[in-house]
Ligand binder design. Structure first.
Ligand code: NAI
Length: 475
């Protein structure tokens, strides 16, 4: 196998593998180093993909069990859960997709090197295999795409069994009787939903006193109500301070007051469960990478500092994805990977950070792109708002999925769409229209006058755009 390349990508997650393929398309000789033989990174192996497989399966089980099909005139007998089969399906989806990346590498001429990559000099990457053998690869460019790892909190020690991260929560061997989730962010809400649907009692302990403060407040309120109705017991404004395992039980200690009164002290409470999911965020994965030793600068929180072309402080060393600042999202990493290698090739790569959709794949799904209403208010931007509920949409009625709405925020004078928010069925897919609208600087009028097929959920988008101008038709 060759050891000399134009580009070595460290990390085969969505950021790294997409960058490697794009670089190969641009004529570079590319290697991609990853310590896992299954390519695809956290997203494909233990993140986005397996969690979506479980969300899909658990939703079907939940619907069958709660009798949702009876509304359609369908009655089912006793509904039972075969958890090993459900988990095996998830594993199959993962292995199909990780082999898909291997196939794409082959097709595009990207050489995978299995082992742990470490920068040992400018343009030099040492790869240590699982067996301990070492080889040094050289290249003109090195792209760091090593992603992130779960961040823990003081007092809570992961034991890989009773107290785990999303990785363990993707494969619990039994449905927990009581799952205590620390953190009401993306992972906490998605994995909490999965196990609640499969029958667990789920308590979510969240430090912030506001639910999902980063998303549009109006949408967050609807989400809070929906998740609570589904049985997630969400406690806001509480700070978890410890977790103790005794046999198969875990006692979690927390203080009420959270971000309001962080030094509350003696007002400690406990909750006992049989499993704990720590979902308190992730941190950049730079340990043992040799980056800072080489002169790559890290910021205060450990993220790699890059310029707007994704160049680090060391010539020829670039970084993208979760290791650099910004939202830790697969699609953000992908776009950065493409832009970085295009810059390497002398092309004008670019990522529009105002048009990155964020999605929570719960039921209902929650999605948004652009500014939230509270951001516009805080920035003093004059805006108009249009909302439209799924309950007034024919397709949503036919699907019996009428909860939620689309909300569009447009500049009061120019009508330019500044924010696009959805809670409801297929919000994740509908958000694509919002992302395109924001990317193309569309006006609400542009969306309102675009033909949307009938009957589709996308008509809710059109109506919300019409609502910006005060002229909805179907309400
Ligand atoms: P997150 O940042 O979304 O949420 C973590 C939550 O934990 C925050 O709300 C925080 O206030 C809370 N927290 C922190 N310390 C706490 C304490 N001591 N007690 C109680 N609560 C505490 O992080 P999460 O959910 O772990 O996800 C990690 C990353 O993975 C995120 O950046 C997210 O972007 C990404 N992700 C994205 C998904 C998607 O796009 N659908 C799905 C899953 C993960």
């Amino acid at each position: 196998m060759s050891t000399s390349y134009d580009l070595i990508v460290i990390g085969a997650g969505p950021g790294g593998y997409v960058a490697a393929i794009r670089a190969a398309q641009l004529g570079m000789k590319v290697a991609c180093v990853d310590e896992n033989t299954a390519l695809g990174g956290t997203c494909l192996r233990v993140g986005c993909i397996p969690s979506k497989a479980l969300l899909e399966s658990s939703e079907r089980y939940y619907e069958a069990r709660k009798g949702a099909l009876s509304e359609h005139g369908i009655s089912v007998g006793e509904v039972t859960l075969d958890l090993p089969a459900l988990l095996a399906r998830k594993d199959k989806v993962v292995s199909q997709l990780t082999s898909g990346v291997a196939f794409l590498f082959k097709k595009n001429g990207v050489t995978p090197h299995h082992g742990r990559g470490r920068l040992v000099g400018e343009g030099k990457v040492e790869v240590t295999s699982a067996e301990g053998s070492k080889e040094v690869l050289t290249a003109k460019h090195v792209l760091i795409a090593t992603g992130s790892v779960p961040a823990t909190i003081p007092g809570v020690v992961l034991d890989g069994d009773r107290i785990g991260t999303s990785t363990e929560a993707l494969s619990f061997p039994q449905v927990p009787e009581h799952l205590v989730v620390i953190g009401a962010g993306y992972i906490g809400l998605e994995m909490g939903s999965v196990w609640a649907r499969l029958g667990s009692k789920v308590t979510v302990l969240e430090y912030m006193s506001e639910f999902l403060p980063a998303i549009d407040t109006e949408i967050a309120k609807l989400a809070h109500r929906a998740f609570t109705k589904q049985g997630l017991q969400i406690q806001l404004g509480v700070r978890v301070t410890g977790a103790r395992v005794e046999g198969d039980r875990v006692t979690v200690t927390y203080e009420e007051g959270g971000d309001q009164r962080p030094n509350l002290g003696p007002n400690q409470r406990t909750v006992e469960g049989d499993r704990v999911l720590v979902a308190t965020g992730r941190r950049p994965n730079t340990e043992g990478l040799g980056a800072s030793e080489l002169g790559v600068k890290l910021d205060r929180r450990g993220f790699i500092e890059v310029d707007d072309h994704y160049r680090t402080a060391v010539p020829g060393v670039w970084a993208i994805g979760d290791v650099i600042p910004g939202p830790m999202l697969a699609h953000k990493a992908e776009e950065e990977g493409v832009a970085a290698v295009e810059h390497m090739a002398g092309l004008p790569g670019h990522v529009n950070y105002d048009a990155i959709p964020g999605i929570i794949y719960t039921h209902p799904e929650v999605a948004g792109v652009g500014k939230t209403e509270q951001q516009l208010r805080a920035d003093g931007v004059p805006y108009k708002k249009g909302t439209f509920p799924f309950s007034a949409n024919g397709r949503a009625k036919a699907m019996a999925e009428t909860d939620g709405m689309v909300k569009i925020l447009a500049h009061a004078e120019t009508d330019r769409i500044l924010g696009f928010h959805v809670i409801g069925p297929h919000a994740s897919d509908l958000a694509a229209e919002g992302a395109v609208a924001v990317e193309f600087s569309a006006s609400a009028e542009d969306l309102a006058r675009s033909v949307h097929a009938h009957p589709t959920l996308s008509e809710v988008v059109k109506e919300a755009a019409l609502a910006v101008g005060g002229r909805v038709i179907h309400m």
